[in-house]
Design a protein around this ligand. Sequence first.
Ligand code: NAG
Ligand code: NAG
Ligand code: NAG
Ligand code: NAG
Ligand code: NAG
Ligand code: NAG
Ligand code: NAG
Ligand code: NAG
Length: 303
Amino acid sequence: MATICIPSFLSILIIFTNFIPHLANNTTLPVIFIFGDSTADVGTNNYLNSSNATANFPITVSTFPTRGQQEGSAMVSTVLIFLVSPQDHSLGPAATEALLSKSLFFISVGSNDIFDYFSSKCKTPEEKFISNMISAYGKHIKNLYRLGARKFGIINVPAVGCCPSQRLVQKQINGTDDCYEAMNDFALAFDSALDSLLRNISLKLPGIKYSLGNAHQMTLDVITNSEFFGFNNVDSACCGTGTLNAQGRCNLTAYLCPNRPDYLFWDLFHPTQKASNLSAQTLYNGPQYYVSPINFAQLAKNN
Ligand SMILES: *[C@@H]1O[C@H](CO)[C@@H](O)[C@H](O)[C@H]1NC(C)=O
Ligand SMILES: *[C@@H]1O[C@H](CO)[C@@H](O)[C@H](O)[C@H]1NC(C)=O
Ligand SMILES: *[C@@H]1O[C@H](CO)[C@@H](O)[C@H](O)[C@H]1NC(C)=O
Ligand SMILES: *[C@@H]1O[C@H](CO)[C@@H](O)[C@H](O)[C@H]1NC(C)=O
Ligand SMILES: *[C@@H]1O[C@H](CO)[C@@H](O)[C@H](O)[C@H]1NC(C)=O
Ligand SMILES: *[C@@H]1O[C@H](CO)[C@@H](O)[C@H](O)[C@H]1NC(C)=O
Ligand SMILES: *[C@@H]1O[C@H](CO)[C@@H](O)[C@H](O)[C@H]1NC(C)=O
Ligand SMILES: *[C@@H]1O[C@H](CO)[C@@H](O)[C@H](O)[C@H]1NC(C)=O
């Protein structure tokens, strides 16, 4: 079997690239472009013929007001609700560059590269793999900048070793449901390099502004202080089968927990809508500890 050793970023299994222009009549933030994985999928993946990674079956569709919204991928929708007020609007090409410079470019990638690194038993050393990811990330940002992008809202890689699928891996290693720390350490090393990349890039590209959301810290804090945040289960999936409901995916015949907001995780990989809402709130107006150097609200206003 071929070993996947190249950070793929925009095209693997559960990585999706969503290109969703949201138009609003607010001149401060006219458009939001989203480049993200399944945590940023607001239902648009259903329209990709080549993707099997969709969640458009009854139990995943929540009460969320956005059309096509699915439990387990609600964060971006909530951020959108905070930031724009969508409206029909058309635009000539002449205004595009000015429009792009005021728009928000939302990027949330990297988790799937790390999952793949572990599942493919990739032989590339960790440091090399991370530096490849960071260099690809830098190229994408610079390309977007060259096209006119100036405002970037970026989410780092969460503590992915704590999701039910990886706790299951840890359980197979030593019988405990603990977070898979080797994977969390990998994510942390990536996140630290991403932070460094953004600091460096912002010094080199005039006019660029960014917010870096620390999803990694958010995950760990919610797990450590679960009661404070109102969760009474932070290790199992609400929907799925087998141990931690993480051995089989969520589908129509899987176990479904009676009260979703009790759970941090909706399925073996993705957070519940309650957890996503918490992240969205924090990204939008949270303190520097979670989103820096400025939060998304400041990024939207700042010109
Ligand atoms: C957009 O324009 C409509 C009608 O002109 C107005 O009612 C609405 O408040 C505006 N929304 C924003 C966010 O400016
Ligand atoms: C997906 O498949 C349908 C039906 O075959 C086709 O009409 C549509 O154009 C395809 N969409 C894309 C994005 O390829
Ligand atoms: C999607 O599912 C179909 C039918 O189960 C399968 O033939 C196809 O290979 C799958 N595509 C991908 C990209 O996994
Ligand atoms: C539109 O932009 C103004 C100016 O910065 C801001 O105060 C307001 O909150 C924005 N409105 C929405 C709906 O985002
Ligand atoms: C199992 O491994 C985890 C992570 O390395 C560690 O925290 C835990 O103490 C270990 N438990 C046992 C029983 O060995
Ligand atoms: C950022 O710049 C510093 C100083 O030049 C350098 O040591 C570091 O490797 C750079 N980080 C990244 C991720 O490019
Ligand atoms: C749900 O997944 C399980 C295994 O994970 C499978 O056995 C079952 O057939 C699936 N049910 C449906 C309706 O796809
Ligand atoms: C999440 O936020 C949306 C939008 O504000 C709201 O409609 C929904 O009820 C919230 N869901 C949960 C579980 O808190």
